[in-house]
Design a protein. Structure first.
Lengths: 271, 330
């Protein structure tokens, strides 16, 4: 294949793949009347922010705060739990270690659909349906296997000699850990934290099962906005809502993209 | 001098070596003071993860196995009677009900078509990436990255809008091309429903395949390729005998992941059903279990079907898990 042909094909494909994302942004800036026209508007000339102001309603704010609470809780809890487990697996040899690693790997493969019936029944029994605590518990368990796996790789990469050298120089074990190992681990913690954030922020399946229609995380809110009644759907509004939901994700995603690719290939499944 | 071994059971002198083989790249023998079977330290560190996994996964799994042997009739749904033991009745239904087998066959067909398309298009794009000028390659990978980063529900709303029957840009484009697609509704016919679902799933899944395969392709040795070309190997032969073996490990992992992801495309199908698809004709396993369990409260049969999905997934991924486990220093 000649270089010119390849490049032309590459440009066409690039345009094809970006088009839906472009269309979301484009429509979000159109006045409602202009989106209902037999000929589409391809560039939002004469557009404005009115669609955004229409979707910034109290129900959006409620969903935003709900999603933020769940996401923050999941990120913090998952990072602490996973970090402790990664230390154990990477720095200690103990009976049951292999079994634990194997369990983590198998658990990663379990699809949400295979357990949500009994998770629903369980949370119902505990009175935790439709609650931040209930949803967060399921999310923490869903992201833990991958975060443990990822952090284990990072801890493995930091030679224990470094810590021991610091201890010989007079550090206690704790201070050696916090002065030497912890700073080296920071990139791993950031990457795992972003992963947990993305999962909790985007998750739809379990949220549909666990939350009722009046308490919606952002993905549920967005679906409600688009589905409410097909004829009168305010498409610029829906697209503005999608931009608001997608923006933090796209920013964080770009930050850790490289690590996510290699991480996924070497052992992550939840996507 | 501070006591290095103060919080360790084993004295620092003459540390015991790990009693099992030490694998490459890991430093078990460098960790003498902590490598002991008697310490409870590691177990305490694992405790939070183990408790979380038991609460959220192991306990529900146990309950689900029990529920799959129970029946939930009207009385149970109204909360007036405890569930009734029905033995293997749910499993008999699972094995014999043509409606369930229709859903299973449909899911497998959908999974096969989507995973194949994703792998073929993804691998082709990755190969194309190696032949592009730097500028074009950056443009293509950026747009793939944006598609990959889109939250699934945001992507679904956009695609629903693109395929909208009245003002959707796709109907407009097809009409411009001389086909009469004015007001065409894509989601009412099951076959065209699955066509839309396939377009969306492939669009979302291809970027991950491209990036994984592309990074594997960059590992293929240029010298070997040139030498083979000098020896008279054609393009296909070089791909078949040099490139393919190099990228095979990545290709097989990515294929397994695509298969299990496409086997349970809950979000996309559920969303499109809400946007106008006929649920009974378009259910795949995920939405089927949801409808059975959550909407109709038939927890017994829903549990049996869910366990079937769980076992199917574990069987498909067993080879992958084994290879990951071997790679780990376990």
């Amino acid at each position: 294949m000649s270089k010119r042909l390849a490049n032309t094909l590459g440009i066409i494909l690039a345009l094809l793949w970006i088009f839906p994302v472009y269309w979301m942004v484009n429509t979000a800036f159109l006045p409602a009347s202009q989106s209902r026209s037999t000929t589409p508007t391809f560039v939002p000339f004469g557009g404005d922010f009115s669609a955004f102001s229409r979707v910034l309603t109290p129900s959006f704010m409620n969903s935003l705060f709900l999603s933020l609470r769940v996401t923050l809780l999941v990120v913090v809890v998952a990072l602490i739990f996973a970090f402790l487990a990664a230390l154990a697996v990477s720095r200690f040899r103990f009976a049951g270690r292999k079994g634990f690693i194997l369990t983590i790997l198998i658990v990663q493969m379990i699809p949400a659909e295979a357990l949500f019936i009994s998770q629903y029944k369980m949370l119902q029994g505990w009175g935790l349906l439709n609650s931040v605590a209930g949803l967060s518990l399921l999310y923490v368990a869903a992201v833990l296997p991958f975060t443990v796996w990822m952090l284990r790789g990072f801890v493995d990469g930091i030679p224990a000699d470094l810590e021991q050298a610091a201890m010989i120089d007079g550090c206690s074990r704790t201070s050696a850990f916090f002065r030497i190992t912890f700073p080296l681990l920071a990139p791993g913690l950031v990457a795992s934290g972003v992963y947990a954030f993305l999962q909790a922020w985007n998750e739809f399946t379990l949220a549909t099962v666990i939350m009722n229609p009046s308490t919606k995380t952002l993905p549920l809110w967005l679906r409600g906005l688009a589905i409410q009644s097909n004829q009168a759907t305010d498409w610029p509004g829906v697209m503005a809502g999608s931009v608001l939901v997608a923006l933090p994700v796209i920013i964080f995603f770009m930050l850790v993209q490289g690590r996510m690719t290699s991480g996924l290939v070497s052992g992550a499944v939840k996507g | 001098m501070p006591n290095v071994a103060s919080d360790s059971v084993v004295p620092p002198a003459a540390p015991p070596r790990a009693p099992y083989p030490v694998h490459l790249g890991h430093r078990i023998e460098d960790l003498p003071t902590r490598a002991t079977r008697r310490s409870i330290g590691p177990y305490l560190l694992l405790l939070p993860v183990i408790i979380a996994l038991i609460l959220a996964l192991a306990y529900p799994l146990g309950r689900q196995i029990i529920m799959s042997f129970q029946g939930f009739g009207l009385a149970q749904q109204l909360g007036t009677a405890p569930p009734e033991w029905v033995g293997f009745a749910n499993y008999r239904t699972l094995l014999t009900d043509p409606a369930i087998w229709t859903v299973i066959a449909r899911s497998i067909a959908f999974c096969f078509v989507n995973a194949s398309l994703t792998m073929v298009i993804g691998t082709a794009l990755a190969t194309l990436m190696t032949k592009l000028s730097t500028g074009v390659r950056i443009a293509l990978s950026t747009s793939l990255l944006f598609a990959w980063a889109m939250p699934v529900i945001a992507a679904m709303t956009v695609w629903e809008w693109l395929f909208n029957s009245e003002y959707g840009v796709i109907n407009w484009l097809l009409t411009q091309l001389g086909l009469d697609y004015t007001g065409h509704s894509w989601l009412t016919n099951p076959l065209s429903f699955f066509f839309v679902a396939t377009v969306i799933v492939v669009w979302m899944s291809v970027p991950f395949v491209v990036f994984s395969v592309y990074s594997a392709l960059t590992q293929v040795s240029e010298e070997v390729l040139e030498a083979a070309a000098l020896d008279g190997a054609g393009g296909w032969q070089r791909f078949r005998h040099i490139v393919l073996p190099t990228i095979m490990p990545v290709l097989s992992v990515v294929t397994v992941l695509q298969i299990i992801w496409d086997l349970r495309v809950f979000t996309q199908i559920f969303y499109l059903q809400g946007a106008g698809g006929l649920a009974s004709k378009t259910d795949l396993l995920g939405t089927f279990i949801y409808r059975l369990g959550i909407s109709q409260s038939d927890y017994g049969l829903a549990s049996a079907v869910a366990l079937f999905v769980l076992i199917l997934t574990l069987v498909i991924t067993s080879g992958y898990v084994r290879s990951l486990f071997k790679e780990a220093d376990a």
